[in-house]
Design a protein around this ligand. Structure first.
Ligand SMILES: [Zn+2]
Length: 284
């Protein structure tokens, strides 16, 4: 997380401090707090200058802003999942760069869902774009987000019969606002500029599989009028998606289907076991 947030992978991109919008501790009104790396403890926390309480590095996700006094913490689950999936991805990238950077060009990373961070966590798309640009420039990055639901997937299903097998549709800002998302296209404000670090495509494989994917692009204004060459390694990424097709579910991919199978828990008894396990670690 520290490596990622402060861009420690590249001396030209590296920063010393990060501005956190508000103190996570209740009753503290401190805003725009500078999290200077040099003041961080070995256990990755800081002290708030106003209230004196701890601020953890993970508070940059701002999850404290969406925990509701009455409805509890349930609302943060989707954000936590997306953050963990990204951190796992970042961890693998960091490990590969440490051990054998040449593996980067041989590896395809598949992310379940779009390449984006939403709501309070949206700021994380900036360090993520920096990391992906750095990798695209210096090593290689084969990263694709595959989404299974939402308006883009519904749109893809509607136009499927009009797409030839083995073709892709690159969606421009005008296309997105004309056919998929309500509202008016604004050239100064491309689709999802404050949350995505990639551009969206619809791909119909030669065996009639249909995929809505995000692939990293250099900056948000590519989305205004994207060209195929803006999506580096796009041919090999799509070719591999086609090869990884899994017939267990509609338009599913082998690694994703296998991972989901392994992590699925039945409500009973697995979740009970997990609950007991968690409670044994939490002191009352
Ligand atoms: Zn504070």
């Amino acid at each position: 997380m520290k490596w990622f947030l402060y861009r420690e992978y590249d001396s030209k991109l590296e920063i010393d401090s990060y501005i956190l919008s508000s103190c996570p501790n209740p009753k503290c009104e401190n805003k725009r707090i500078e999290l200077d790396k040099r003041n961080m403890s070995e256990d990755y926390f800081f002290y708030c200058e106003n209230c004196g309480e701890k601020i953890y590095l993970t508070d940059v996700f701002r999850l404290h802003e969406v925990i509701d006094d009455e409805f509890g913490a349930g609302g943060i689950l989707a954000y936590v999942t997306n953050i963990l999936e990204h951190l796992l991805l970042i961890h693998y990238i960091r490990t590969i760069l440490k051990i054998k950077p040449s593996l980067m060009k041989e590896t395809l990373f598949i992310k379940d869902g779009p390449l984006a961070f939403f709501s309070v966590t949206a700021n994380m798309h900036k360090p993520m774009r920096d990391l992906s640009n750095y990798l695209l420039g210096k090593y290689d990055l084969n990263l694709v987000g595959v989404e299974k639901s939402g308006p883009f997937v519904e749109h893809a299903a509607q136009i499927k019969k009009n797409m030839k097998p083995g073709t892709l549709l690159i969606m421009s800002n005008n296309y997105i606002y004309k056919y998929i998302i309500p509202g008016r296209a604004d050239p100064n404000n491309p689709y999802a500029r404050t949350s995505y670090y990639g551009g969206k495509l619809i791909f119909k494989s030669r065996d009639e599989g249909l995929y809505v994917v995000t692939v990293p692009v250099a900056d948000e204004f590519v989305v205004i009028d994207p060209k195929k060459e803006n999506f580096k390694n796009i041919d090999s990424i799509l070719q591999n998606l086609e090869l990884l097709k899994c017939d267990m579910y509609d338009n599913s991919l082998f690694p994703v289907a296998l991972a989901n199978k392994l992590v699925s828990l039945s409500a009973h008894p697995s979740s009970m076991i997990l609950e007991k396990f968690a409670k044994s670690f939490i002191k009352s």
